[in-house]
Structure formats: structure tokens, C-alpha cells
Ligand binder design. Structure first.
Ligand SMILES: [Zn+2]
Ligand SMILES: [Zn+2]
Length: 747
């Protein structure tokens, strides 16, 4: 009997067997979506494998096959199976990462092919009436209304779709009928042109001449593309060195060899310029996948990639799963960015998995950054990746001058607040007078990060999380939890001691903006953080900065990303210490990267840039190396520290977290898994730490405990995790167990 192993969207980590009826055999192939019964439900699954064999007892047939051609090509399917196994993630959830977006949602009894079509509105091309000019030399009789203008237009174009005429001349239908009656035009039904992928068109550009360093990096990548073997490259280019142009050349070279490319960026809304440049170079061959698309737009993009005409995909981490055929190249831009790690569901790291996917199909992976991650640097040192360097800025601008402002010594500025220190205010004033722009970076949004009672010392806390509430002024004097979005009116008195003595603590971007309005009343100030901007709004703010309608841009990490804003000459880091003292072994690395990235926004035009870094810890290595743009020095030191402490990349780590509504039950559950891990960790290579309360001990009313497992040996770590994975079933049902392999966000 023909049997199919099918991945179904259920948490059970195993495929289910179904019989393939002979009529469906041609289409029920690996990668195809099928509708199957599981108990009383009908679910959409994906065929993983097809085999001959004895049917298991009670085997049921596949109901229908959804796809004409399999949704997931075979090489992508094999990669997904590897990913599922590496992360201990159920295959049924993993395959959904690669399915077209609309269809992922249909996992119930209503899942029928016709329904997919109705939901997505995709029904194949529909015929459209085209108006064609005829060869009659006749001079037309006097024509009524817009008929003569329409006729002139049709004669000029040769043929025009009727809807386009109607868009310009609402009365076009009648006019065309009269013109056709007079034999001046003919009308015929043609299949519609495919809808354009993008609403607005963009002017095409041509590849510029590369500088010597770009040319050398490109030469190495092109040589690697000619080889059938996989390879990984770390493209280390300083901020403003022109990495994007190297990517563009590599993608063009891959396409010349009929191979597709995927370009991953941390957050697409923050990189509108990069997307524009890909579209300008490759036109309609580029699909851009991002969360602001409508489901239908996403579906259309996905469909065109799967069926072939589009072979370049630009998108955030989930674009890693785009069904690009004959993949030749994967670029991970800003590879150090922590947002490449998915933090819920299937907890994969898009950078690590990009290397794996490229490896499986003999493609090359290019990881680009001005501040390479410690992990990628170690790949180079271990001989698993080659480093390419762009050590100078593309337009020969000097790196910006960085000045440390020691907050222990420096006088406060005009507002009396040290965080707007005198040196910072003076530098800003100088830039503004010269008609230049300023960026201020502060890693806290809201008005005040905490509200504390001066009588009893208690801070206002979120009722469901162990997190202080942030005061937001702009949206009507509220306090809000940044983790669960709880919000309430700012109380007038302390909820604990009832005294009317609440004080605002600290400074967020909102307050910074307020203070700046006092100091620079004439300046045009814009703010960029998650409270004011998402998706299109981010692009708008950046466009206003670029059009010089903004003098001072205040913002969170959003301002540190790769924006190229040529008139920014002064960058202020309001509080460089915020990132330094996080409970995370990557805190130093993160602080260093933020510093170098935000400094890189300064002086990208003709005038040199200046960066002021305010800190209470000026001697901290992250600040020292950051201020000297000394990436190599920082990496040397950080790798040494990590090696001594046995942290990644010198070991592999996994986090086991147990969450539940009852504190002691969650602790007990975590203790049980810790015990299981210890028993399985027989080799001395493996360290099991915990159980302990998570750095964020309560979130959304769930108590959180964790165990960290580390091992220098991947196989040993795997054995421990397998034991934990099998034991999780013994825990009470209300406990959630999270297995996070190579964790990045340790909260
Ligand atoms: Zn109080
Ligand atoms: Zn909360």
C-alpha cells in the first residue's frame, strides 16, 4: 500500500501515516499540502515522505491534495526537518514556517482548496477587455465627449486595457463602444497582465563602479559562486563602507548563473533604503516579504517566488523559508542583530539556519556587519568562515570623532539635568546653527521608566509581571507595562501607603523630547520609537529626516540601524550604561555593538561627524573599544573572556524554562527537569545550572524558573536535552516548558 508520512499542525513531535488513494498518488508527493482526518478534525498537513508498506492498523486515507505543485520544494523540506531536529521543535509547526501565509491559518475542517482560493482571492488570471487601434486611415467624424482623446491615446499606445481607460476617463466604456461601432478600434479579450508586486514603481539604476575594497570582496564572492561547494563569509565592513553594493553584485552574479538569492534584514521597516536599492537594481525580480503586507499581497509574493519568475527575496528572518528554487546565495545583513532569533513558537536563529540552508544546497552564505557577532568571528577563527573586509567608508569620509562625557564630572546643561549635559547641548547647538542634524539615542521609551513613592519607597509595579510600570505622558498620563501592555491611569496616590507623594524616576525618550523643546525651542524635533512608529510610519519619519524637515531625531535602538542620513553630524548617546549591566553574558557585546552602530550614523555626508557618549563607567571595555571603533580589539578581549568562562561560542547552551500560574508548582516542575538533566549529564563537559528564578521571575501572571545547560560537546548537550524533552510530559498540564537552544534573549 502507498503510505504518506504527514506533518500535522499539532504539538506532537512525530509524523502521522495516511494511505494515499491511487487517484491522488501523482500529487501526494513530499512537500505537498494535504487535508487529513485526525480524530474528528480535518487538518491541513504537509507530506514529508512517501513509502510502500504494511498499513498500520486503522490507517485512514488522505482526503484531498491541496497543491498542484508541492508548496515546499524538496531541498527546503529536508532543511526544515534538520531545523526541527536541532531545535527540538515539532515538525508540524516547523513546516508551517514555509507555507504561504494565508494557508497557514487554515487548519480546521473548513480547509478546502476552493476556500484557500476564495480567502486569498487568487483564482488564476482573468481575461480583460483590451482596446486596439485599427488600421483605418479614415479621419474620424466629429467625436463626442472624450472619444477623440481616447482614440488618440489608443492610437499612440497601439493597445490599452479598457479598465485603464476607464480609470482616466470615467465615460470610456460608452466612448469605446461608439469608436468600435465606427470601426476605429476593436475590442478583444486578453488574459490580464499580472498585477504589479508593488503599488509604486521605482526607477531602475545601474551598478556603480566599486572601490578597490568592494571590488576585492566581490571578486572573492563571485569566485565562490562559481564553485558547486557551499561556503560561509563574514563581510566585516565599517559603518558607511558600502556593504549593500557588495550584496547587490553578489546577487546579480548568482542570477546570471540562474540561481536565486535570499537577503535577510533585521527589520524591514527600518531598512526602506536597502529595499529600494534592491528594487532599483532588480526590478520585478524582487519580492519583499514583511509584516505590513496584506495576506493577499504576501500570498502573491510567495506564489511568484514558488512558481519561478521572482528569484530574489528580501525580508526579515522568516524570509529564510522562502521557496526560492536553485538557491545560490543567502545574505544576512546586520548579522549581529538579536532580532534574528525568534523568541516564540519555533525558537530558531535565522543567521545560524541561513548557514545551514546554504550548506545543504551548495550555496554561499554572506554574513554582513560593522560589528560582527562573537559567534561569527569565532567561525572565522575556527576556519569555518572566511572574512572579507571593508575597512574604510565608501565615500572616503573619516570615521566620526568620539568623545566620552564622564557624567560623574561634567556639569548639567540648561535644564539642570545631567543627561542633557553641557558638552552635549553645546555640540548640538553648534550643529543646529550650521544647519546640520542631530540624533540622540536613548534606550528607554516613555516619559519616566519608573514611578516611585517617596514616602514608602515602593515603585508602581505591573499587577501581572515583575516589572516596574513606565509612565507615558503623551497618551494621557498613563503607566504601562512594556512586557504585557497592561495600562492604567497614573494614580494620584501610592497604592500601598496612600500618600500623595509619587515621583517620576529616570528619563525616557518622551521626556527627552520634552526637555529638548525647552532647550532648543526653534528646532524641529521628531521621535522614533515603538510608541510613535511602526511599519509605514517609521519610513515616514526617516523620510522627513532625509528631506531635512527634522533637526533633531530622538529615539531608541530604531535610530541605530543602518540608516544613511548624510546631514547628521552630531550623535549623542544619552546613557551608554543602560545596556552594560543587563543580566546576560552578552551584555558587553550588545553595549559595544549599539555604541558603534549609533556612532556610525554620524558624518556620512561631506562633513565630519562627532559622537558624544555619556556614561558613568567611562573605563568599561565596551565603552573604551566602542569609542575607538576598535572592533578587532573588542572581539579579542570578549572571546578571551568567553573562553575563560566557558560561554558560547566556546560551548553550546540551552535554556529550559518552566512557567506556570502557581509559583511552587512551577519551581517544582523546573526542579524535576533540572534533576533529569543532571542525571543525563554524565560527562564532565556538561554543566547544569539551576533551577533558579528567571531574570524576569513573573510575566503575564506566570511564574518562571529556569535551568541552563552548557556543554563544549554538541552531542553531550543533545543527549541531556533529549532526556529533558522526554521528561516534560511528566509535568502537570498547566506548566509550560520552553526549550530554547542557543538562547539569545535570556529574560
Ligand atoms: Zn507609598
Ligand atoms: Zn506586565
Amino acid at each position: 500500500m502507498h503510505l504518506a508520512d504527514v506533518a500535522l499542525p499539532v504539538p506532537l513531535d512525530r509524523p502521522f501515516s495516511y494511505e494515499i488513494p491511487p487517484a491522488l498518488a501523482a500529487r501526494a508527493v513530499p512537500g505537498a499540502r494535504v487535508v487529513c482526518r485526525l480524530g474528528a478534525r480535518r487538518l491541513v498537513g504537509v507530506v514529508l515522505a512517501v513509502r510502500e508498506g504494511e498499513p498500520p492498523r486503522g490507517v485512514r486515507p488522505i482526503d484531498t491534495v491541496v497543491d498542484e505543485i508541492p508548496s515546499i520544494p524538496t531541498d527546503l523540506l529536508a532543511f526544515l526537518r534538520d531545523l526541527s531536529s536541532y531545535y527540538f521543535a515539532p515538525i508540524g509547526q516547523v513546516v508551517r514556517l514555509a507555507l504561504p501565509p494565508m494557508d497557514r491559518e487554515t487548519e480546521d475542517a473548513s480547509a478546502e482548496p476552493e476556500l484557500f482560493q476564495r480567502r486569498t482571492g487568487v483564482r488564476g488570471p482573468k481575461p480583460v477587455a483590451w482596446v486596439l487601434a485599427t488600421a483605418t486611415g479614415q479621419t474620424p467624424r466629429p467625436l463626442r465627449g472624450h472619444a477623440s482623446a481616447i482614440l488618440a491615446h489608443v492610437r499612440a499606445m497601439g493597445a490599452v486595457p479598457l479598465p485603464r481607460l476607464v480609470a482616466s476617463w470615467p465615460s470610456a466604456r460608452g466612448a469605446v463602444k461608439r469608436l468600435a461601432d465606427s470601426g476605429l478600434v476593436t475590442v478583444e479579450q486578453r488574459l490580464a497582465e499580472p498585477e504589479p508586486l508593488f503599488a509604486e514603481t521605482i526607477e531602475r539604476d545601474t551598478a556603480p563602479v566599486l572601490n578597490a575594497e568592494q571590488a576585492e570582496a566581490t571578486r572573492v564572492l563571485l569566485a565562490a559562486l562559481r564553485e558547486p561547494v557551499p561556503a560561509t563569509f563574514l563581510l566585516h565592513g565599517v559603518t558607511g563602507s558600502g556593504k549593500t553594493e557588495v550584496y547587490l553584485h553578489a546577487v546579480a552574479a548568482a542570477r546570471e548563473r540562474q540561481r536565486g538569492a535570499i537577503v535577510l534584514v533585521p527589520e524591514i521597516a527600518l531598512t526602506p533604503q536597502l529595499v529600494q536599492r534592491f528594487r532599483a537594481r532588480f526590478g520585478d525580480n524582487v519580492a519583499v516579504l514583511h509584516s505590513a503586507l496584506t495576506p493577499k499581497e504576501r500570498w502573491t509574493m510567495w506564489q511568484r517566488v514558488r512558481s519561478g519568475p521572482v528569484d530574489v527575496v528580501v525580508g526579515a528572518r522568516s524570509a529564510l523559508f522562502a521557496p526560492v528554487a536553485k538557491l545560490g546565495l543567502i545574505v544576512v545583513d546586520e548579522e549581529h542583530d538579536p532580532s534574528f532569533k525568534q523568541d516564540e513558537g519555533v525558537r530558531y536563529h535565522a543567521r545560524d539556519m541561513a548557514i545551514l540552508r546554504a550548506h545543504r544546497v551548495g550555496a554561499i552564505a554572506v554574513l554582513g556587519s560593522a560589528t560582527p557577532s562573537v559567534e561569527s568571528e569565532q567561525l572565522v577563527r575556527a576556519g569555518k568562515a572566511k572574512k572579507l573586509r571593508l575597512p574604510s567608508r565608501a565615500r572616503a569620509q573619516p570615521m566620526p570623532l568620539v568623545e566620552i562625557v564622564d557624567l560623574r564630572r561634567v556639569p548639567a546643561g540648561p535644564t539642570g539635568d545631567k543627561r542633557l549635559s553641557l558638552p552635549l547641548v553645546r555640540a548640538m547647538a553648534g550643529a543646529l546653527e550650521a544647519g546640520e542634524q542631530v540624533i540622540l539615542f536613548l534606550n528607554r521609551r516613555g516619559f519616566a521608566p519608573a514611578v516611585r513613592c517617596e514616602a514608602c519607597g515602593e515603585a508602581l509595579m505591573c499587577p501581572s509581571c515583575s516589572v516596574a510600570l513606565t509612565h507615558h505622558k503623551v497618551q494621557g498620563l498613563v503607566v504601562r507595562c512594556h512586557y504585557c501592555d497592561f495600562e492604567e491611569k497614573l494614580p494620584s496616590a501610592c497604592p500601598k501607603c496612600k500618600q500623595v507623594n509619587l515621583a517620576l524616576e529616570g528619563i525616557g525618550t518622551e521626556k527627552l523630547e520634552d526637555s529638548l523643546r525647552l532647550v532648543f525651542p526653534k528646532a524641529r524635533i521628531a521621535r522614533l520609537d515603538r510608541d510613535v512608529a511602526s511599519g509605514k510610519r517609521i519610513e515616514e519619519v526617516l523620510a522627513r529626516v532625509r528631506a531635512r524637515e527634522v533637526d533633531i531625531l530622538v529615539g531608541t535602538q530604531m535610530v541605530t540601524k543602518g540608516h544613511d542620513l548624510p546631514h547628521v553630524t552630531v550623535v549623542g548617546v544619552v546613557n551608554a550604561d543602560a545596556a552594560l549591566f543587563m543580566p546576560d553574558f552578552r551584555a558587553s557585546e550588545r553595549a559595544f555593538q549599539l555604541l558603534v552602530q549609533v556612532a556610525g550614523r554620524a558624518g556620512r555626508g561631506d562633513r565630519p561627524g562627532k559622537v558624544l557618549v555619556q556614561t558613568y563607567a567611562p573605563e568599561h571595555p565596551s565603552i573604551q573599544f566602542g569609542c575607538q571603533h576598535d572592533v578587532a580589539g573588542f572581539l579579542d578581549r570578549e572571546l578571551l573572556d568567553r573562553k575563560e568562562l566557558g560561554y558560547p561560542p566556546f560551548s553550546r547552551a540551552a535554556l529550559v524554562r518552566v512557567e506556570g500560574p502557581d509559583e511552587s508548582a512551577a519551581r517544582a516542575g523546573c526542579a524535576l527537569l533540572a534533576e533529569v538533566a543532571r542525571r543525563a549529564a554524565v560527562e564532565r563537559t556538561t554543566v547544569v545550572a539551576g533551577p533558579s528564578a528567571a531574570p524576569l521571575p513573573r510575566l503575564r501572571n506566570r511564574f518562571r524558573f529556569r535551568v541552563m545547560v552548557r556543554s563544549v560537546d554538541r552531542g553531550h548537550l543533545r543527549r541531556v536535552l533529549t532526556a529533558v524533552d522526554q521528561a516534560r510530559g511528566q509535568l502537570p498540564r498547566e506548566l509550560i516548558v520552553v526549550l530554547d537552544i542557543d538562547p539569545v534573549h535570556l529574560l
